[in-house]
Write a protein that binds this ligand. Structure first.
Ligand code: BES
Ligand code: MN
Ligand code: ZN
Length: 507
């Protein structure tokens, strides 16, 4: 992976001689752009006077300073970007404006094939400089993403690869500035890693790939990795993941990665659905759009990518990540409607639809993880139901749980990181829909409240442990367009989890 070199510099913007000098401006309350600390006062005034630039969100203007300005600007080009207007006291919205501005910078840099950038840090009302740089860097690096691995390079016109160097003007020399920059960088790289995993097709990213990446992270950051294979699963009687894997030629893996802060610290358990391809099994999905089901591992991708940041930042809380991984295929030995399986821990389940497979693999992982690691709380992420798309579309992730404190922490983390969630109810009455005549429960509850009945299924396996479930089926790809979220998988959930862990307070 080509990385972007980030440099905090005291160099004057005027002296930067690279491809693109970037200045961002807020749209003032009086519709006047604040000049901030920029070297472009006169040009800006002219652009404003002509009505060409107002600092609105998404506003961009490219100038060629040698022609437009007496002042000596050495950069090849000057890019003015709008930050939009301040919403009263809405910190999360302000952070998001910075992220979007970062994304716009990345999109413009790609258009111009600009590899060396210099960013003048703007003043943003209501935000510390540390947060401004964090969100801008996050937006730039997340926006500067493409997946070209399987495409032959065009020899005549080589594709723009990536921003190679980003200098950031550090006028105030605070530690905070560096920390903000690093936080933004780490979150963005984790998001990009999750997108990379998701962009791989079903034959490019397998359960074994999850295992290998977890082992790589374990080595790099001194964490502990355990991979349960089919034999281990049989021994442990994990009938859910084994059942889903029955029709597949690809061996299943239960990937466990542990970060240990200290003996005294609490443990958080994260579980991510790592279904590397969901055909539906014998309850086969329609073929139109089935290729998108390679994204059915986005929960696992988010959890494992978050661990990459945990490894670097070493937060003061123990963390266990579990990714149950297999594909879901029809085949001579595949699970059939009517079959009854027995989950880890002993709960039996009547399979009424083999396409409701996510809850089957998550159930084993939740029950096993809770019994083995006795966590203070559990969060799972999964592309679990089509129903969440009907309810919330492609903007908010569905959130359900048995503990309001945990749910509230996730709601707040999602808001701050621009990955908004929306809580759905989980009254015990919904559990009636998954009662079975022949087994303890059945794996599908019919059309009404599909997202809730799926969560009700998972709830059977968490007991009293505080637990929250994020249904990312609507947000993991086809995400509502944003400058820093290109088409394809979004990497959603990664930043929410990082935020939750970074600010962890005893539960
Ligand atoms: N992976 C799918 C959910 C999904 C569907 C995600 C569409 C993104 C887009 C999941 O395994 C599934 O097939 N769920 C079924 C459950 C039903 C059979 C009870 C669904 O939502 O249709
Ligand atoms: Mn399915
Ligand atoms: Zn699925």
């Amino acid at each position: 992976m080509t990385m972007t070199e980030l440099i905090l510099t005291e160099e004057k913007p005027e002296d930067f001689s690279g491809d693109l000098l970037v200045c961002c401006f807020e749209q003032d309350k009086k519709e006047k752009v604040k000049e901030g600390r920029s070297p472009v006062g006169k040009e800006l005034k002219k652009a404003i006077a002509l009505g060409d630039f107002q600092g609105k969100e998404g506003d961009v203007l490219v100038l060629y300073p040698q022609f437009a300005e007496k002042q000596k600007i050495s950069a090849k080009r000057l890019l003015l970007v709008g930050l939009g207007k301040q919403e009263a006291d809405n910190l999360s919205a302000t952070r998001e404006r910075c992220r979007c501005c970062g994304g716009t910078i990345a999109v413009k840099a790609a258009e111009l094939k600009a590899e060396k950038l210099f960013l003048c840090l703007p003043e943003v009302a209501g935000l510390q400089e540390e947060e401004v740089v964090e969100c801008l860097v996050e937006g730039i690096l997340l926006g500067d993403y493409r997946f070209l691995k399987y495409k032959k390079p065009d020899k005549k016109e080589p594709a723009f690869q990536r921003i190679k160097e980003l200098q950031i003007s550090a006028l105030s020399s605070g530690k905070g500035l560096r920390r903000g920059m690093l936080h933004g960088q780490e979150a963005a790289y984790a998001g990009r890693k999750a997108r990379d995993m998701a962009n791989e097709p079903g034959n490019g990213w397998t359960p074994t790939s999850f295992a290998e990446y977890a082992q790589t992270l374990a080595k790099k950051h001194k964490m502990q990795c355990t991979v349960l294979d089919k034999r281990d699963m049989k021994e442990l009687k994990m009938g859910g993941i084994l059942g889903v894997n029955q029709g597949s030629a690809e061996p299943p893996k239960m990937v466990i990665l542990e970060y240990r802060a200290s003996k005294k610290a609490q443990t958080i358990l994260f579980v991510g659905k790592g279904l590397t391809f969901d055909s539906g099994g014998v309850s086969l999905k329609p073929s139109a759009g089935m290729e998108d089901m390679k994204y059915d591992m986005c929960g696992g991708a988010a959890v494992l990518s978050m661990m990459q940041v945990v490894g670097i930042e070493k937060p003061n809380v123990n963390i266990v990540a579990i990714i149950p991984s297999t594909d879901n295929m029809p085949g001579g030995s595949a699970l059939k409607p009517g079959d009854i399986i027995k989950h880890y821990g002993g709960i039996t389940s009547e399979i009424v639809n083999t396409d409701a497979e996510g809850r089957l693999i998550l159930a084993d992982a939740l029950a096993y993880g809770i019994e083995k690691y006795q966590p203070a709380c559990v969060v799972d992420l999964a592309t679990l139901t089509g129903a969440v798309i009907l309810g919330l579309g492609h903007h908010r992730t569905g959130l359900l749980g048995n503990n309001q404190d945990l749910v509230d922490r996730l709601l707040a983390a999602g808001e701050r990181t621009g990955e908004p969630l929306w809580q759905l109810p989980l009254d015990k009455e919904y559990g009636k829909q998954i009662e079975s005549d022949v087994a303890d429960i059945k794996n599908a509850g019919g059309r009404p409240a599909g997202t809730i009945t799926a969560a009700a299924y998972l709830q059977k396996f968490v007991g009293d442990t505080p637990w929250a479930h994020m249904d990312i089926a609507g947000t993991a790809w086809d995400f509502t367009k944003k400058s820093y979220v290109p088409k394809g998988p979004s990497g959603t959930g990664v930043r929410t989890l990082i935020e939750l862990v970074r600010n962890w307070k005893k539960f």
